[in-house]
Ligand binder design. Sequence first.
Ligand code: PXP
Length: 237
Amino acid sequence: MRLAVNVDHIATLRNARNEGSPDPVEAALLAEQSGASGIVCHLREDRRHIRDNDLARLRESIATKLDLEMAMTPEMQSIALATRPELVTLVPEKREELTTEGGFAIKAHHPQLVEFIRPLRENGIGVSMFIEPENEAIELSLAAGANMVELHTGRYSLVTDNDQRSRELERIRSAAQFARSAGLAVVAGHGLTVSNIAPFRDIPEIEEVSIGHAIMARAILIGLPAAIREILDLIGR
Ligand code: PXP
């Protein structure tokens, strides 16, 4: 299992002073040196953390793969086509939310989604749908032309009761198996931490986990390489 590291929160900290430090690109390079297999950033409509120039610099600098998380808007489609990340992850986006709160409402957007994804795929960009771990959303992702799904682990990360957590994990496992058997690549993310990631090691269908907040929060205390190492050890890498 691989680890992709989201550097949005480095930009949040940088923007708190609106100066150059800390630099999300420097963090991305350090993350790669520390064992990350990919770098993730979310260019939001309001540019509250990552900015256009960060995205351009990430594209120029990183050596692994760039996963651009974005909303399904014409502006973002043009930016993706100009930037050519290896992967675009389509996420729902609400202006007021603190983070991406739920999976993409794929059924409601299906006809537009097909048209949105086509030029990305035709230009060699992989497309992943950030969805709830449900079979219908997986089938719709495939039908829309995506080649990957990212299963939303938010519910799993929030439950406190052990039985409920086991049920959520089984929901993710079963969705991962279904997506894999349908020919989609499978990743998982949202709310994963050193305390809840270990069981993912036993879901071989999930090839990568995408982690942002927990790694950056730990990095402030123990440093980015050590925070990444902790996760890599837990996922057996
Ligand atoms: N994957 C996607 C699609 C996301 O939108 C986010 C949150 O930005 C993450 C993964 C990472 O979530 P977290 O910051 O909770 O690790």
